[in-house]
Design a protein around this ligand. Structure first.
Ligand SMILES: *[C@@H]1O[C@H](CO)[C@@H](O)[C@H](O)[C@H]1NC(C)=O
Ligand SMILES: *[C@@H]1O[C@H](CO)[C@@H](O)[C@H](O)[C@H]1NC(C)=O
Ligand SMILES: *[C@@H]1O[C@H](CO)[C@@H](O)[C@H](O)[C@H]1NC(C)=O
Ligand SMILES: *[C@@H]1O[C@H](CO)[C@@H](O)[C@H](O)[C@H]1NC(C)=O
Ligand SMILES: *[C@@H]1O[C@H](CO)[C@@H](O)[C@H](O)[C@H]1NC(C)=O
Ligand SMILES: *[C@@H]1O[C@H](CO)[C@@H](O)[C@H](O)[C@H]1NC(C)=O
Ligand SMILES: *[C@@H]1O[C@H](CO)[C@@H](O)[C@H](O)[C@H]1NC(C)=O
Ligand SMILES: *[C@@H]1O[C@H](CO)[C@@H](O)[C@H](O)[C@H]1NC(C)=O
Ligand SMILES: *[C@@H]1O[C@H](CO)[C@@H](O)[C@H](O)[C@H]1NC(C)=O
Ligand SMILES: *[C@@H]1O[C@H](CO)[C@@H](O)[C@H](O)[C@H]1NC(C)=O
Ligand SMILES: *[C@@H]1O[C@H](CO)[C@@H](O)[C@H](O)[C@H]1NC(C)=O
Ligand SMILES: *[C@@H]1O[C@H](CO)[C@@H](O)[C@H](O)[C@H]1NC(C)=O
Length: 826
C-alpha cells in the first residue's frame, strides 16, 4: 500500500528519468554526446601527446562541442574528427599532436571524416584498424609523420571519397605503398593524393586506379611513379585533375593520356618526356591547364594545340625547343587564342624573333618569355588584357615602342632587364601605364629623358633602372612614388647631391641600391626608413659620419629588418657607432674603403645569428680586435679587417667563428703568435691572410690540417723557425679549386658584380687563387719536400708575386668565373 503510493508518486519522476535516458541515447543535441563515444574520445586523448594543448577543451559532458569534434545533430553520433594542426605551417611541428592512436577509436562507428594532417605521429604506422572505420568518407593523413607501409585494410573503406596521404616534401621516413590492389576496392574514391610518397613498390598503381570509375582528382607528384606506356582501355574517364609532375618519366608522352577527355588540369612538368607533344593533345578539349615545364627535350608544339578551347594556362618552360616561333602561328591559332591567359615559356633556348602572332592571344594576362635567346626588336602587338610581361634575359635589340600604354593598358609587371635594347625613353613611353607596379629595365642601354615635373605611373612599387642613363641630376620625379618599396638606380650616371628627401618620401621602402654613381653629400644622420632590408650606397663620394642606427625620435625603433648594408668606397668619416650592433638580422655589413676611425664596435653577441660578412677593410681603425667578435657563435663567413691600424693579439673569441672561410687581417700592426687553435676551431678556413703585421714565433704545424685552405699569406711578419712539414697536407691545394656556387656565395657575387666593368677592386678576386706566401719573415731551414705534392700550386722560387695586388688584368679575362693564379714563394 505504502509501496504503491510511493510508486505512484514517483512514477512521473521515474518516467521522466527514463525519458531523459532515452533522449540521451537518441542523442538529442541538447543533452550532448553519447557516453560510449565520449569514452572513446577520452581513451584516444589518453594515448596522444599534446604539447600545444590542442585538446585542452576535451573536458566536460558534451563531447560534441569539444575542439575538432562534430556530432550528427539528429543522432548525436560523432561524425567528424578534424584534428588538423593549423597552429604551424611547419611540417612535424613540435606543437603538433603525436603519440599513440588508441584502438578504441573503432568505437566511432559513424565517423565520416577524419583529419590528422600536419601532426607529428613520428615513428608509428598508420593503424590497420582505420580499415574498420567503415563509414569514412574523408581521410586525411598528409604530413602527419606516419611511416611504414600503408595498410591494405584501408581497402575496406568502400565509402571513401577523399584519401590524402601526401607529404609536402620528400622524406625517406614516410609511408609508402606495397602493392596497390587494395585501392581497387575504394570504388567511391573521387580524390587521391600520394604526392611525395615512394611508390616504386606499387608498379601497377595507375592500372589499378584506372578501374576506379568515380576518380576525378589524382595527385601523383614526385613519387617514383611508373607510368605504363600503354593501357588497354582508359576507364577513369571522370578524371579532371591529373598531376604526374616530378617523376623522372623518360619516355615519349603516353598516348592514352589524351583519351582522358574530361581533363581540366594536366601537369607533366619536371619529367624527361622526349620528342614531340603528340597532336592528340587536341582531343583534350576540356583542358584548362597544361604544364609541360622542365622536360628537357620536348621539341615542338602540335598544331592541334589551337583546339584546346578551354586552355587558360600553358607552361612550356625549360624545354629545348628549336626552330622559329614564327612557324608556330598555326599551333597558336584556333580557339586557344580566346582562352589562353597564361603562357610561360622561359629557359627554352628560343632563338627567334618575337613574332607578331602573340598579338592574337587576346586574353593573355601573363606572358613569360624570359631567359631565351630572342632577338630583334619588340613588335608593336597589342594585348588588351596583358598584366605581366617578362622578356628579361634575351638578346632583344632596337628601341622599345612609345605608347606602351596603348599596347598594354593593363600592364602591372614589365620586366625587360638584361637585353640589348637602346634608345631614349621619354614620358610618352609611360603614358597610360597607370596600373604599372613593377618595372624592371636594368642592364640595357637606355637613357631616360623626362622633365622634372613628370608624373610617373604612380602605383609603382618597384623600379629597377640599373645601368640606365638617368643623371647627371638626381631624378626628382621619384619623390612622387609614395608607395615605392624597392628602387635600383645603380650605375646610372648620377652626379649630384643625394637629397635628404630620399630618406623620407616612401615610408614602405625596403630595398635601395644607389651604388656606382657619383653621389655627394652626407650619409643621412639616421636611416628613418624602418622597413629597409637592403641598402647599397657603395661606390659614391658620400661623406659624413655613419648614422646612429637607433632612431631616437621613434622611441628607439631600429631598422630591425636590415639584412644587407653596403657603404664601401665612399668618404665616410667618424667612428662605427655601437648602435650598429642593434641590427639583429644583419647578414652583410660592408664599410670598407672609407675613412672611418676609432675602434671596432664591441657588442657582437649570439643574437647576431645572421651575420655572415663583416668588412671593415681599408679604413683607419685602431685598437685591438674586440673580444666580443664571434663571441656568440655567429655564422660569420667573411671577416675583412685588413688595411687598418689594428694592434694587439688575435683574440681567442675568434674560436667562436667556426664558419669562417676568409680571415684577412693583413696590413695592420697586430702582434703575438699565430694561434694553434686556428686549425681546430676555424676548420672551414679557405683564405688566411695575415701579411704585413708583426706576428712572431714559429708557424704552428697544426695549420696543416686546414683542409680547405687555398691561400695562406703570412708574408712580411717576424715569424721564425722552420716551415712546417704539415704544409704538404693542404688538401685543397692538391685538388682543382672549387669555383662552384658553394665557394662563391652571394657576397662574392656582389663583389663580382661590382667589379664587372667598373672601377675595380682586385683584392677580393684574389680569393680565388691558390697560394702560399711566407716571404719576408725570419724563417730558417729547407723548404719541406712535402710542399711539392701540392699539385695545384705553381712553384715560383725566388720571384714573389709583386705583392698580391694588381697582378690580374681584367682585359685578359674573358671568362669571369675563373681567375687562377697559383704560386708559392718563400
Ligand atoms: C544539422 O547540421 C547541419 C550542418 O551543421 C545543418 O545544415 C542542419 O540544418 C542541422 N539540422 C538540424 C535539424 O539542426
Ligand atoms: C589534407 O590536409 C592538408 C594539410 O592539412 C591540406 O593541405 C589538404 O588540402 C587536405 N586534403 C584534402 C583532400 O582536403
Ligand atoms: C571491414 O569493414 C567491416 C564493416 O564495415 C568490418 O566488419 C570488417 O572487420 C572490416 N575489415 C577489416 C579488415 O577491417
Ligand atoms: C575488397 O572487396 C572484396 C569484395 O568486396 C573483399 O572480398 C576484399 O576483402 C576486399 N579487399 C580488401 C583489401 O579490403
Ligand atoms: C623507393 O623505394 C624503393 C624500394 O623500396 C627503393 O629501392 C628506392 O631506393 C626508394 N627510392 C628513394 C628515392 O628512396
Ligand atoms: C570500366 O568501368 C566500368 C564501370 O565504370 C566497368 O564496368 C568496366 O569493367 C571497366 N573496364 C575496365 C577495363 O576496367
Ligand atoms: C582512345 O579513344 C579512342 C577513340 O577516341 C579509342 O579508339 C581508343 O581505343 C582509346 N584508347 C584507349 C587506350 O583507351
Ligand atoms: C608548372 O609547374 C611548375 C612546377 O611545379 C610551376 O612552377 C609553374 O608555375 C607551373 N606553371 C603554370 C603555368 O602553372
Ligand atoms: C639587332 O641585331 C641584329 C643582329 O642580331 C642586327 O642585324 C640588327 O641590325 C640589330 N638591330 C638594331 C636596331 O640594332
Ligand atoms: C598606395 O598604397 C595604398 C595602400 O596599399 C593605397 O591605398 C593607395 O591607393 C596607393 N597609392 C597609389 C598611388 O597607388
Ligand atoms: C664621376 O666621377 C669620376 C671621378 O671621380 C669622373 O671621372 C666621372 O666622369 C664622373 N661621372 C659623372 C657621370 O659625372
Ligand atoms: C698529414 O696528414 C696525415 C693524415 O692526416 C698525417 O698522418 C700526417 O702526420 C700529416 N703530416 C704532417 C707532417 O703533419
Amino acid at each position: 500500500m505504502v509501496m504503491k503510493k510511493i510508486t505512484e508518486a514517483l512514477l512521473p519522476l521515474l518516467l521522466s528519468f527514463i525519458y531523459f535516458k532515452l533522449c540521451l541515447c537518441n542523442g538529442d543535441p541538447t543533452f550532448g554526446c553519447r557516453e560510449g563515444e565520449k569514452k572513446v574520445l577520452l581513451d584516444f586523448k589518453d594515448g596522444i601527446t599534446d604539447p600545444g594543448e590542442l585538446l585542452s577543451s576535451w573536458i566536460g559532458e558534451d563531447c560534441c562541442i569539444w575542439f575538432g569534434v562534430q556530432c550528427d545533430n539528429q543522432t548525436g553520433h560523432v561524425i567528424k574528427l578534424d584534428l588538423r594542426n593549423t597552429e604551424s605551417d611547419e611540417v612535424l611541428s613540435e606543437q603538433a599532436l603525436g603519440g599513440e592512436i588508441s584502438f578504441s577509436l573503432i568505437g566511432l562507428k559513424h565517423l565520416r571524416y577524419l583529419d590528422l594532417s600536419m601532426n607529428n605521429f613520428v615513428g608509428i604506422r598508420i593503424p590497420t584498424f582505420f580499415g574498420s572505420l567503415g563509414s569514412l568518407r574523408y581521410l586525411n593523413l598528409s604530413n602527419a609523420g606516419f611511416l611504414g607501409p600503408v595498410p591494405h585494410q584501408l581497402g575496406n573503406l568502400s565509402h571513401l571519397h577523399y584519401l590524402d596521404l601526401s607529404n609536402i616534401v620528400w622524406s625517406y621516413d614516410t609511408v609508402f605503398l606495397v602493392g596497390s590492389h587494395w585501392l581497387a576496392n575504394l570504388s567511391s574514391l573521387q580524390y587521391l593524393n600520394l604526392d611525395n610518397l615512394n611508390l616504386s613498390r606499387a608498379p601497377n598503381l595507375l592500372k589499378t586506379l584506372n578501374t576506379l570509375p568515380m576518380l576525378s582528382e589524382l595527385h601523383l607528384s614526385d613519387c617514383n611513379l611508373h607510368v605504363p606506356h600503354s593501357v588497354s582501355y582508359v576507364n577513369f574517364s571522370y578524371l579532371r585533375i591529373l598531376d604526374l609532375s616530378s617523376n623522372n618519366i623518360s619516355s615519349v608522352v603516353p598516348l592514352w593520356l589524351f583519351n582522358l577527355t574530361n581533363l581540366e588540369y594536366l601537369d607533366l612538368s619536371y619529367n624527361s618526356f622526349r620528342g614531340l607533344v603528340p597532336s592528340d593533345v587536341g582531343k583534350l578539349t576540356s583542358l584548362k591547364v597544361l604544364n609541360l615545364t622542365n622536360n628537357g627535350v620536348l621539341e615542338g608544339v602540335p598544331a592541334t594545340l589551337g583546339k584546346l578551347c578551354m586552355l587558360e594556362r600553358l607552361d612550356l618552360s625549360w624545354n629545348n625547343f628549336n626552330g622559329e616561333l614564327i612557324e608556330l602561328e598555326e599551333a597558336f591559332s584556333g580557339c586557344i587564342q580566346k582562352s589562353l591567359k597564361i603562357l610561360q615559356w622561359t629557359n627554352s633556348e628560343l632563338t627567334s624573333h618575337l613574332p607578331s602572332w602573340f598579338g592574337n592571344l587576346k586574353s593573355l594576362q601573363r606572358l613569360d618569355l624570359s631567359s631565351n635567346s630572342l632577338y630583334g626588336s619588340l613588335p608593336q602587338f597589342q594585348l588588351p588584357s596583358l598584366q605581366e610581361l617578362y622578356i628579361s634575359d634575351n638578346k632583344l635589340n632596337g628601341t622599345i615602342p612609345a605608347h606602351l600604354g596603348k599596347l598594354f593598358p593593363e600592364l602591372v609587371v614589365f620586366d625587360l632587364s638584361s637585353n640589348n635594347l637602346v634608345g631614349v625613353l621619354t614620358e610618352a613611353h609611360f603614358n597610360n601605364l597607370s596600373k604599372l607596379e613593377y618595372l624592371y629595365m636594368s642592364s640595357n642601354s637606355f637613357k631616360l629623358v623626362v622633365s622634372s615635373t613628370w608624373i610617373p605611373p604612380l602605383k609603382l612599387k618597384e623600379v629597377h633602372m640599373s645601368d640606365l642613363e638617368l643623371g647627371p641630376r638626381f631624378p626628382t620625379w621619384i619623390q612622387k612614388l609614395k608607395n615605392i618599396t624597392s628602387i635600383d638606380m645603380s650605375n646610372a650616371e648620377i652626379a649630384d647631391i643625394l637629397p635628404n628627401w630620399f630618406w623620407y618620401f616612401s615610408p614602405n621602402m625596403r630595398h635601395i641600391n644607389l651604388s656606382h654613381n657619383n653621389l655627394t653629400g652626407q650619409i643621412p644622420s639616421s636611416f628613418k626608413l624602418l622597413k629597409l632590408d637592403f641598402i647599397d650606397l657603395s661606390y659614391n663620394h658620400l661623406d659624413g659620419a655613419l648614422p646612429e642606427i637607433v632612431n631616437n625620435s621613434v622611441s628607439g625603433a631600429t631598422m630591425k629588418n636590415l639584412f644587407e648594408l653596403y657603404l664601401s668606397w665612399n668618404k665616410i668619416t667618424g667612428i662605427i657607432p655601437n648602435s650598429i650592433c642593434k641590427l639583429m638580422h644583419l647578414r652583410v655589413l660592408d664599410l670598407s674603403h672609407n675613412k672611418i676611425t676609432g675602434v671596432m664596435p664591441d657588442c657582437w653577441n649570439h643574437s647576431h645569428a645572421n651575420l655572415q660578412v663583416m668588412d671593415f677593410s681599408y679604413n683607419n681603425l685602431h685598437g685591438s680586435i674586440p673580444t666580443s667578435t664571434c663571441s656568440g657563435n655567429i655564422p660569420l663567413t667573411y671577416l675583412y679587417l685588413n688595411n687598418n691600424n689594428l694592434s694587439g693579439e688575435i683574440p681567442s673569441s675568434l674560436k667562436g667563428c667556426g664558419w669562417l672561410s676568409t680571415l684577412d687581417l693583413s696590413y695592420n700592426n697586430m702582434n703575438g703568435s699565430i694561434p694553434t687553435w686556428f686549425a681546430a676551431n676555424l676548420s672551414s678556413l679557405q683564405f688566411l691572410q695575415l701579411r704585413a703585421n708583426m706576428f712572431t714565433d714559429s708557424i704552428p704545424p697544426e695549420l696543416g690540417s686546414l683542409e680547405s685552405l687555398q691561400v695562406i699569406d703570412l708574408a712580411n711578419n717576424y715569424l721564425s723557425g722552420a716551415i712546417p712539414h704539415s704544409f704538404g697536407n693542404f688538401t685543397a691545394m692538391k685538388t682543382a679549386p672549387d669555383l662552384s656556387s658553394a665557394n662563391i656565395e652571394s657576397y662574392m657575387d656582389h663583389i663580382k658584380a661590382n667589379i664587372k666593368g667598373r672601377e675595380d677592386n682586385y683584392d677580393k678576386i684574389l680569393l680565388l687563387l691558390n697560394y702560399i706566401d711566407l716571404s719576408d719573415n725570419e724563417l730558417s731551414g729547407e723548404i719541406p719536400e712535402e710542399i711539392t705534392t701540392l699539385s695545384y700550386l705553381t712553384y715560383q722560387s725566388s720571384q714573389p708575386p709583386n705583392s698580391q695586388r694588381g697582378v690580374l688584368d681584367d682585359e685578359d679575362d674573358e671568362d669571369e668565373s675563373v681567375w687562377f693564379y697559383s704560386v708559392y714563394c718563400f
